[in-house]
Design a protein around this ligand. Sequence first.
Ligand SMILES: *Cc1c(COP(=O)(O)O)cnc(C)c1O
Length: 365
Amino acid sequence: MIPFLDLKSINSKYKSELMVAFEHVLDSGWYILGQEVEKFEREFAFYCGVRHCIGVANGLDALSLILRGYKELGEIKEGDEIIVPANTYIATVLAITENKLTPVLIEPDINTYNIDSTKIEEKITAKTRAIMPVHLYGQLADMTKICDLAKKYDLLVIEDSAQAHGAILDGKRAGSFGNASGFSFYPGKNLGALGDGGMVTTNDDELAMTVQALRNYGSQKKYENIYRGVNSRLDELQAAFLRIKLQHLDDDNAKRREIAGFYRERIQNTKIIIPHLINLDSHVWHLFVVRTEERDKLQQHLADNNIQTVIHYPIPPHRQRTYAEWNETSFPISERIHNEVLSIPISPVLAIEEASYVCKVINDY
Ligand SMILES: *Cc1c(COP(=O)(O)O)cnc(C)c1O
């Protein structure tokens, strides 16, 4: 059986280094907001090419605290509109609604599955304050056009980089294009912890200070509260593990690219649409997503041949029960994507023989 994602193998490659890091943290006697988090924040900031990194508890909190931070700074207020792709993972939308802001859903591009940058301008109103592009499946959104629009209408750009650690365009990495960006280190992400973790990246000094306080009860100085903050900190232990895995991120992404290239060359079945690649460096292949009108049948065929697959995602945000007020709205491109996509195995530890078998089974379909 080829598992969709073999997390145990991914991490056991680094077992001895991770064990040393564990012992180091254990013996330090310091487990929250210490040296490891500080060092990882500096190293990840350097990697992404940004001035500030703030470690938080998870990716959802990273996005949410950016919005909260801009509210505290007076750049966004309750009820303002935030532009977001209609087919994103629910967390992006939750971060917006959690802050009592209004998501304005925009259809994705049917080829890239990222927000259709040609459909943003018509949705900008006097209440629009920010655009939140999502680098879905690991491929950078159309950041050139999005940043131009933001400049023209004086909007903030907040990237959801949870699936795109390391993706590059014109020498800039995911997380360095907008005013701020949220990352997730959920174990299955390209840079994954051994538990939950997240990061805010930004070049905005004021936002950095604000998020730093917000993640720690709203306090910059112990026992003095500027904001009604939350407890959303990255653990020392996870930071220590992530420091090790960051050193291997580019190699791991290179392996993903190799598998993706192999799939793109070998999968040849007129019923199946393979992912559209804009630029080699701007995609880090968090997922390899194929599309077909017969998605459920293809998934069954792969399962019958011992290949595990996953659907990212089966239900779009506007069709979720919690967003009942949007259930009657229609986003045909997004709905089509949700009905037709299927993610096949890809990871730094997937063997070429396994990828070759996946291609054979798909081509036999
Ligand atoms: C994983 C993910 C998140 C949320 O990250 P968590 O760490 O699970 O909270 C947000 N946005 C996208 C696009 C994601 O893939």
